[in-house]
Write a protein that binds this ligand. Sequence first.
Ligand SMILES: O=C(O)c1ccccc1NCC(=O)[C@H](O)[C@H](O)COP(=O)(O)O
Length: 198
Amino acid sequence: MTKIKLCGNFRVDDADLLNQVQPDMAGIILAPGHRRTVNLMTALKIRQRLDDHIPLYGVFMNQNIADILTLFTSGLIQGVQLHGDESELEVTILREKHVPVIQVVKPEQALLPTTANYILLDNGAGSGKTFDWEIVPPKPLRHAPIMLAGGLTPINLQEAITQAQPEWVDISSGDEVSGIKDLAKMQKLVDIAHHNPN
Ligand SMILES: O=C(O)c1ccccc1NCC(=O)[C@H](O)[C@H](O)COP(=O)(O)O
């Protein structure tokens, strides 16, 4: 089964949709200044309404590690996604505090050894743009499970999984209609991912 993260949830009602489709992980954008960015009150309401067993990851871009740690220890989030230019040292600091970490790597960057729990291969930041899935390394060469992201939709997801064989897939734009999370697209994406051996 390919696991799936549905990200960029920005309305409290999105938690109800996530509860219906049951992804393996959900994400919220805590990096300021983006269309899907949520404030802490909304983030808390999403966490409270989301089923307890669905881990909620906060997405950050070059933000203060101490602040990130505070949000994790508060129980608001169950893991962090570093979507900026964060160093391996910052990853290690979080990992030493037992914080699960997704580290984002751009397709053109080398895949280096890391203490991160997951490597998210993505050529954007909620941009809805794909990249050449040929560059995804085969499993024996991976230092951590790969989350494939970038422009994945119900139309191209099966092809992406077949070609890249990622352990996870991650979507922010492809589960929306007119910029709003859409139950039918969310369900289709989860069904495709969960019906794939991995
Ligand atoms: O989703 C966003 O709006 C976003 C904004 C700023 C930083 C990161 C963001 N998303 C992080 C993700 O993990 C997305 O799921 C990933 O970039 C894929 O996005 P998409 O190509 O839109 O599916």
